[in-house]
Design a protein around this ligand. Structure first.
Ligand SMILES: NC(=O)c1ccc[n+]([C@@H]2O[C@H](COP(=O)([O-])OP(=O)(O)OC[C@H]3O[C@@H](n4cnc5c(N)ncnc54)[C@H](O)[C@@H]3O)[C@@H](O)[C@H]2O)c1
Length: 448
């Protein structure tokens, strides 16, 4: 590979440090919008691109649709002209740095669905010009940047590492986490070749507090997927232990609290009703798919998936036993209120939430089910469970609570009156230890 002119690298680096470089962010969702706001805050002229016109219109009106982006800050960035959004992808040619934040879901056979990444790369290739930096941030299997994105971009006739600079930098956003916001989380960066590595790191150093540069895009891709596999496997482990300890009459939450006092060699993970969100239930299977190319299996990942996906059935079975024992009622003739349908506490994101699988299982058995979620007024349209769209959150008054035979806590948002729930419910089945943790346990509250 020819080496790029040192002058080009130097020009780009000084354009970054002088904030003369324009940043284009493609995909303005949970990852792209906070990143775009961070770039604009770091004084880069920032342009957001999305195929979803409603998002472009919302930004144009200074309206944030992502919890992590303060409405007032977005309004200010748009009003002062440091951030704007468009569907006019030809404007990519006037960007110096292009960051890809599009979805990477699984296909029907749990295979990586890279159509969004590939389509975006094809769009960039149409407008690519010399000396641009292109970074993929979407979570994916090791090899995607070099094996999928680079060849598509090089169809433009320009070469990576010589004419343009390509890299991968994983997104580590933790929705709902007030302490570790976008730019506080150390940013792992990488580039295809030395020049790209340096330029990608230089760019992110201007936006993030700390940059951790690794040797190649496939390493950075593996970092992200390793972090998420670590979570999926450890959550599966405590979910399995929960079932075993429950049979032994041992409270897993008490065990975890005490184990967490060990100052080394232990890190707490908490059980729940099953995995949710756009990352942990999905990303590990990207590696499972890629490993097959090497004739290898990912047994830990597959076992973790099996245990975590069995949790909704476990919770429903426990609820059924408790209804029978405490109220002499069959599940099929019961009215159940599921509290919390977001996939985790204090966020409004419902993607892949275990609550929907639980509702489906309960309704399949004939139960009449409603939900309450202070952050989700109406169920949005989702790829899975499209039939749930449009359902509306039930209020949480004493009268409402007393209408139900059982309350099933699936998500432990802070903004729920657990004292009220505990005082008025006939039976509570709590998958998050929300009641006992707050000191509201009664003979009618149980953990599952
Ligand atoms: N949500 C998280 O907390 C999180 C955390 C870490 C990593 N990630 C990863 O980041 C990536 C993006 O996830 P997200 O949660 O932001 O997804 P999202 O669905 O919230 O947003 C993706 C956006 O991309 C847009 N889009 C799709 N195809 C496009 C195209 N061809 N051109 C332009 N825009 C297009 C969509 O309209 C949407 O607005 C995924 O790979 C995900 O795994 C997400």
């Amino acid at each position: 590979m020819d080496h790029p002119a040192i002058g080009t690298q130097h020009d780009l680096a000084s354009k970054i440090s002088s904030r003369g470089a324009t940043v284009g962010i493609i995909g303005l969702g949970y990852v792209g919008l906070p990143l775009a706001a961070a770039c604009a805050r770091a004084r880069f002229p920032t342009v957001g691109f999305d195929i979803d016109k409603t998002k472009i219109d919302a930004i144009g009106a200074g309206r944030s649709y992502i919890d992590a982006v303060e409405p007032r800050e977005l309004e200010r960035l748009v009003a002062e002209g440091s951030f704007r959004a468009t569907t006019a992808f030809e404007e990519l040619s006037s960007c110096d740095i292009i960051v890809i934040c599009v979805p990477t879901p699984l296909g029907v056979h749990r295979e990586p669905d890279l159509q969004y990444v590939e389509n975006t790369a094809r769009t960039i290739a149409r407008f690519l010009k010399a000396d641009q930096i292109v970074v993929l941030e979407s979570t994916t299997y090791p090899g995607t940047t070099e094996e999928i994105v680079r060849p598509i971009l090089e169809q433009s006739g320009l070469l990576s590492g010589k004419d343009f600079f390509l890299g991968f930098s994983p997104e580590r956003e933790d929705p709902g986490n007030k302490r570790y916001t976008t730019t506080v989380i150390p940013k792992v960066t990488s580039g295809d070749g030395e020049a790209a590595s340096k330029l990608v790191a230089t760019f992110y150093e201007a936006v993030f507090n700390e940059v951790v540069a690794v040797s190649a895009p496939r390493v950075a891709e593996a970092v992200k997927i390793t972090e998420n596999i670590f979570r999926a496997v450890n959550i599966a482990l405590v979910n399995e232990l929960k079932v075993i300890y429950d049979a032994m009459g041992i409270d897993i939450w008490e065990v975890i609290d005490a184990a967490s006092t060990k100052p080394f060699g232990y890190m707490p993970f908490y059980p729940g009703p099953g995995l949710g969100g756009h990352c942990i239930p999905i990303d590990p299977f990207y590696l499972t798919w890629k490993s097959q190319e090497y004739g290898l299996r990912t047994r830990f990942i597959e076992l973790a998936g099996e245990i975590n996906t069995s949790m909704p059935s476990y919770v429903v079975a426990k609820l059924e036993r408790l209804l029978d024992r405490m109220q002499k009622k069959s599940l099929g003739s019961s009215r159940i209120l599921v509290v919390g349908i977001a996939y985790k506490k204090n966020v409004s994101d419902v993607r892949e939430s275990a609550s929907f699988e639980i509702i489906r299982l309960l309704e399949q058995r004939g139960a009449s089910v409603e939900f309450h979620d202070p952050l989700v007024e109406t169920v949005p349209t989702m790829r899975r469970f499209p039939e749930m769209a449009g359902r509306v959150s039930t209020g949480l008054t004493p009268l409402e609570i007393e209408r139900f035979d059982a309350i099933l806590i699936a998500t432990d948002h802070d903004d729920i009156d657990y004292a009220l729930l505990s005082a008025h419910a006939r039976l509570v089945v709590d998958t998050r230890n929300a009641i006992d943790k707050r000191g509201f346990a009664t003979p009618s509250t149980f953990k599952a």
